[in-house]
Design a protein around this ligand. Structure first.
Ligand code: WTA
Length: 640
């Protein structure tokens, strides 16, 4: 086991003392830690929250005012103006890295903010970002916060259709994109996707285009604007807008177990307090460290731990445009060596993929700058944990396994590297202010004591919590506060071990986790049934050696359709086009019938077991309308 860090911000005694204080008096605790930010008007109220089903509300620091970009940039200028804020590593290693100092960041973001103003973007307006992992993505985010606009980032791997739904859903006035996104030596034509997305747009949305590849793009006059054309005529001085702590900061769409993705809303004050504090303590970030989170800014991990957390802390954050395996499987380690990375934060799926390529790629590089490693997004299996520890951390770097969600804004459970002896595969301990409970899934009773298992809920609010679903507060209440009244329901199951430490056991709803990306199976099902040949579809996850979970689809065709391998390929391509490459089905099995209850509900539990090749555990099938369909599905199970 790697040793604890011995000069860490938080040691075991400090953790116990601070955790107890955060539970005993949240107002006092967060009132104190809220001061880590610069407030324009300091708050006098700290916590105003309720999880009561008929009155769910979450407000923190509600009478304080501040500006996020000023906290991430301006306040660091006097001391760290010449320090690197963003270290950009492009897709092609030969293109050379860029070091953007805090002074430069200030200029870039202010100018970007004036471009937005020039295009008529005002406080409260929504702006969709559909960008590669380039510094302009961070500039655009921070520029929105500077003028009080609300950004909604759409991962550049999502399709035009998914983008269009998110533009309309948030009512965005402006989409910011680039001509193309180089990734792993290939280019995604982002501007083309925006053109398709805006084709049937119901609102008047303009498109601001940053030049990245220099490729030719199709242009719509009056709607499309080159960033450089406007930037050259605006000033680089833009005073930050005074925002209320509870003004929306960003919307981020995420998949759930029902229907369309929901727009998770985070607000200004509490989110930033929480992102910056978790970044500092979980990663034991210290002045001068180079921090690298390999996520994409299209996911919450990129929001909190590439941009907002590190920059609020005056840190140096590495932004990587590429993929772990390009030009070869040594890229991560080459970049760690080149930029002397101190903390490295990635997803188990990336570790598993690299593990499969052997150790020679890691051994080539000097990784002695690394002090700490982290993982996020899914459970890490022991093989991957050991490989990471031995080959990357050389047995010296604590590994923080951070459990959290888009909804939580920042880490909820994780070992702290100076405080907790590690247990591979466990998220171990709640962060300050987080009160996890384990409930009996059916009765909803609280399960006390240790060595127990159930569903994971959180008993009280924390500052980084989402505030609502964009435009649909009822859905917020229905999704998170209705199954188990009085608690925030995470959708995950968990165990509390004999020592009182936590182990996440995975989703208990219809969400699957594919390569650390979360996906609602109903979304893939709707895409499938939208195809003219498909009458019905049910989608479940199954264990996949690299992705964690793969996408297994049972498809019933229309009566006059003939099953064929060509049709399978067509349906895979269709889903890819409807949602994006990450949603492409791994397996399609033709299903003449689906197992349903007499009331017509699909029994996914059974489908899951068949996909997992675990027939012994099918459970009670007597409530099925037609039990024989199960035999047929088993007999024709796809070999995975
Ligand atoms: C899963 C990503 C086990 C979990 C930050 C959660 C994890 C979902 C871990 C949220 C972890 C995240 N161990 N499972 N360390 N971290 N998860 O919203 O199921 O993309 O509910 O946020 O990922 O995914 P999301």
């Amino acid at each position: 086991m790697p040793p604890l860090l011995n000069d860490a911000h938080i040691d075991a005694a400090k953790y116990d003392e601070m955790y107890a204080a955060s539970m005993a008096d949240p107002d006092a605790f967060w009132g104190e830690h809220g001061k880590r930010l610069d407030w324009i008007k300091p708050y006098t109220k700290v916590k105003n929250t309720s999880f009561a089903h008929d009155d769910v509300h979450v407000k923190w620091f509600e009478d304080g005012t501040l500006n996020v970009s000023a906290n991430c940039i301006d306040r660091h200028l006097a001391k760290r103006g010449d320090q690197t804020a963003i270290l950009f590593e492009p897709d092609e290693p030969g293109d050379g890295a860029q070091h953007i100092t805090y002074n430069e960041l200030h200029e870039k973001v202010s100018r970007f903010a004036n471009v937005l103003k020039e295009l008529g973007v005002k406080r409260g307006d929504r702006v969709v970002l559909y960008l590669p992992m380039i510094p302009e993505a961070a500039y655009a985010m921070l520029a929105c916060t500077r003028i009080g606009a609300v950004h909604s980032i759409v991962f550049a791997g999502f399709s035009a259709d998914a983008l269009s739904a998110r533009i309309n859903g948030s009512g965005a006035k402006l989409v910011i994109t680039a001509d193309g996104a180089p990734r792993g030596g290939r280019v995604t034509e982002l501007k083309d996707n925006v053109n398709k997305a805006l084709l049937h747009n119901v609102i008047d949305t303009k498109c601001l285009v940053v030049k990245r590849t220099g490729d030719q793009v199709a242009w719509v006059g009056g709607r499309d604007i080159w960033y450089d054309d406007v930037a050259s005529r605006v000033s680089a001085d833009c005073p930050p807008e005074e925002m209320n702590a509870e003004d929306p900061l960003f919307i981020l769409y995420t998949s759930g177990s029902t229907g369309q993705p929901k727009g998770v809303v985070h607000t200004t004050g509490g989110y930033l307090v929480y992102a910056s504090m978790t970044h500092e303590y979980t990663f034991d970030y210290k002045e001068g460290d180079v921090f690298w989170c390999t996520a994409d800014v299209g996911w919450v991990t990129g929001h909190s731990y590439i941009v907002y957390g590190p920059l609020a802390n005056g840190g140096t954050t590495l932004m990587f445009e590429g993929v772990p395996t390009y030009p070869d499987a040594g890229r991560f380690w080459e970049v760690c060596e080149k930029h002397k990375v101190n903390q490295f934060y990635t997803a188990p799926t990336a570790i598993r993929a690299l593990m499969g390529k052997g150790t020679s790629f890691v051994e080539k590089y000097d990784l002695s700058s690394l002090k700490l490693l982290g993982t996020v997004g899914e459970n890490i299996n022991p093989e991957a944990w050991n490989w990471y520890n031995e080959n990357v951390g050389k047995g010296k770097c604590p590994i923080v396994d951070t459990w959290w969600q888009t909804e939580t804004g920042g880490h909820m459970m994780t070992p702290l590297p100076g405080a907790h002896a590690l247990k591979p595969g466990s998220a171990q301990k709640p962060f300050f202010g987080v009160k996890p409970l384990v409930l009996e899934p059916t009765s909803g009773e609280v399960i006390e004591g240790n060595d127990v298992e159930g569903v994971l809920v959180i008993a009280d609010s924390w500052p980084g919590q989402m505030r609502t679903v964009w435009g649909d507060h009822d859905r917020f209440v229905a999704t998170y506060f209705s199954d188990y009244k009085g608690y925030y329901f995470s959708g995950d199951g968990c165990k509390r071990d004999a020592d009182g430490e936590y182990w996440i056991t995975g989703r208990v709803d219809d969400v699957i986790n594919v390569s650390g990306h979360r996906m609602g199976t109903p979304e893939i099902e709707s895409a499938l049934v939208a195809h003219e040949t498909v009458s019905e579809a049910a989608v479940v996850g199954y264990p996949h050696p690299v992705k964690g979970q793969g996408i297994y689809c049972y498809v019933t065709l229309m009566n006059d359709e003939t099953p064929s391998d060509e049709l399978k390929a067509k349906l895979q391509a269709w889903v890819r086009q409807e949602i994006g490459p990450i949603a492409k089905p791994d397996v399609i099995q033709w299903a003449p019938g689906l197992p349903k209850t007499r009331s017509g509900k699909i029994m996914r539990r059974i489908l899951r077991k068949i996909a997992e090749n675990d027939y012994g555990a099918l459970g009670d099938t007597s409530t099925l309308a037609d039990p024989s369909v199960v035999d047929d599905l088993i007999a024709n199970r796809a070999d995975v």
